[in-house]
Structure formats: C-alpha cells, structure tokens
Design a protein around this ligand. Sequence first.
Ligand SMILES: *[C@@H]1O[C@H](CO)[C@@H](O)[C@H](O)[C@H]1NC(C)=O
Ligand SMILES: *[C@@H]1O[C@H](CO)[C@@H](O)[C@H](O)[C@H]1NC(C)=O
Ligand SMILES: *[C@@H]1O[C@H](CO)[C@@H](O)[C@H](O)[C@H]1NC(C)=O
Ligand SMILES: *[C@@H]1O[C@H](CO)[C@@H](O)[C@H](O)[C@H]1NC(C)=O
Ligand SMILES: *[C@@H]1O[C@H](CO)[C@@H](O)[C@H](O)[C@H]1NC(C)=O
Length: 266
Amino acid sequence: MPPRRPTTSAWRVAAVVATAALLALAIAGLASGRFPWSGGGGGSGGGDDDHWKKPGFCGRMDCPRYSTRQKHYDYQLREYEEAYWVATNISATKYELAVKMATLYLMEYFWGANNQSLRMKETVPLSVHYRTDGDPHTGTQHNYTVALFIPYEYQEEPPQPNNTSVWLYRNPKATLAVRMFQHRAREGRAIEEMRALLDALFHAGHDNIETGAMMVASYDHPLKHHPHHRRYHHSEVWVRGDFKLSPRRASGTNLPSASNNQLRIA
Ligand SMILES: *[C@@H]1O[C@H](CO)[C@@H](O)[C@H](O)[C@H]1NC(C)=O
Ligand SMILES: *[C@@H]1O[C@H](CO)[C@@H](O)[C@H](O)[C@H]1NC(C)=O
Ligand SMILES: *[C@@H]1O[C@H](CO)[C@@H](O)[C@H](O)[C@H]1NC(C)=O
Ligand SMILES: *[C@@H]1O[C@H](CO)[C@@H](O)[C@H](O)[C@H]1NC(C)=O
Ligand SMILES: *[C@@H]1O[C@H](CO)[C@@H](O)[C@H](O)[C@H]1NC(C)=O
C-alpha cells in the first residue's frame, strides 16, 4: 500500500503556488492602477490626459485645461490650452443684470437651442469680460461678453447656436495671471480682487499686462438650486499679458501703481 502522504504535500505545494500567484497578480494590478479603487482612469468628464488633474473647484463639471506655470502667494500664472467656448454680448448698465441675461441665453444653447438639438451638461467657469478703459461718457454702460466653456465631449465639433447673437469661438492657447477668491463673483468683490492682482503683478515686475479690461470667472453653478450648486464658492479674476517666466524683482518706488490709474471703473 503506497502512503497517501506525498499526495497531501503535493496539494499543499499547489495551494501555496496558487496563493503566491494571486498575490503577485494583485500587486501588479495595484501598481499599474488597473483596479477601480486605485484611482486610475479619469472617470466621467475627467478628460483622457493623465497629466491633467481637474481642479477640485470645478466640481463634477467640465472646465478648461491648463498647466500652472508659477505659483505665488497671491496669484498664479496658468497656461490654458486652446478650447471652444460659447459666448454672447450684452450691453447693460449693471453687471449683475448683464450676467443674469447672458446666462439665460447661454443656457438655452446648452439645453437644446442648437442645430443638433443636443442637451449638453453644464460647465464652468462662466466668464465675464468687459472693457474698463472705454469712453467715460458712456457712464456705467458696458458691453459685457459672457462665455461658457464647451463640454469636453463636444470640443471637437460643437453644435451651432440657434440664436445668432450667441456664437462659438476658439480661445487660443494663452497665459493668464489668476487670482482666486472664495466668494461669489459679484462685481464689487471682483474689482477689489482685480486691484490686488494688478498690484501683485506690478510688484513682481510684470509690466506688459492688459490693464484695460475686467475678466471674472465664476465656478459656482450658473443656476442656484441645481444639484451641482455647492455651498462654497470659487471665483477668479484673470489678466492677460506677456508674462516672463522669471520676472525681474520690483525695485525702488517708481513702479506704476495699479490701484491709482490702471483700473478705471465708472
Ligand atoms: C462682442 O464683444 C466683443 C468685445 O467687445 C467684440 O470683440 C465682438 O466683436 C462682439 N461680438 C458681437 C457678435 O457683437
Ligand atoms: C434649433 O435649430 C434646430 C435646427 O435648425 C431645430 O431643429 C431646433 O428645433 C431648434 N431648437 C430650438 C430650441 O429652437
Ligand atoms: C458697445 O457696443 C456698441 C456697438 O457694438 C457701441 O456702439 C458702444 O459704444 C459700446 N459701448 C461701450 C461702453 O463700449
Ligand atoms: C451643426 O453645426 C456643426 C458645426 O458648425 C456642423 O458641423 C454640423 O454639420 C451641423 N449639423 C446639423 C445637423 O446641421
Ligand atoms: C438671442 O440672444 C440675445 C442676447 O445676446 C437676446 O437679446 C435675444 O433675445 C435672443 N434671441 C432669442 C430669439 O432668444
């Protein structure tokens, strides 16, 4: 009668080998980020570029891609990629009124007033641009350009707006100076933040910047009471310019002061 022992130990060896193989697979899986819990892959709306991590302040909404070129205590320099936006112009005496009206027409585009009757999910930011160096006789009347970022899914070929006063444009790759603030993008607050941004830029030695315009970006969902509307706020003011990556340090007191004469707002 042959003893049963060798068979039992053969099973043991097989079990150990199988366990080791499973462990090795698990480790390889974790290392390569293949498992859902390891956080790989962009999920919905994250884009397909692994090098770009959508900032938290965009929430679950699509927002334009950029790379941060410089980080300072009170501002950052961001290089934005070329992208499609949809915009409309509203001429009004009140910023808040212009934004409200523009949001309505832009939302209509997102909700199906386009040549393919596409319903697109909302995006951030809502950007508002207007000139502050215009004719002083126009008083508080401004031409506000209000724009929303086109969702990633339709960036290749966005549908045409039905309303001829709403148009698509391709924003070129550009470097912007950005100052963030955790408040609603109301005009008074935005003007204060813009002054602080211009001051910081001048003191850092950036003198080739566009000072005659206001650019405000709101990351709050354009509609209150929407499920994506968050309880905290994120807004930014933006300045275009020819930014040198290592600006000379500010020296002496003969730098232009942004708060005195650069930003004229009626
Ligand atoms: C909207 O306003 C911007 C800035 O003032 C201007 O460049 C653009 O031509 C205007 N577009 C239309 C369609 O009026
Ligand atoms: C927009 O235009 C398209 C095509 O011209 C049309 O089919 C659609 O009904 C229009 N949508 C709205 C909301 O006007
Ligand atoms: C706004 O645009 C209109 C026509 O496009 C122009 O006549 C007007 O002067 C502009 N207003 C301001 C304040 O720039
Ligand atoms: C809608 O407009 C886009 C972009 O201009 C165009 O490529 C597409 O063919 C149009 N689609 C329809 C259904 O008209
Ligand atoms: C188109 O949008 C403009 C705002 O830019 C608005 O004044 C106009 O009433 C809109 N037209 C229609 C048909 O909704």
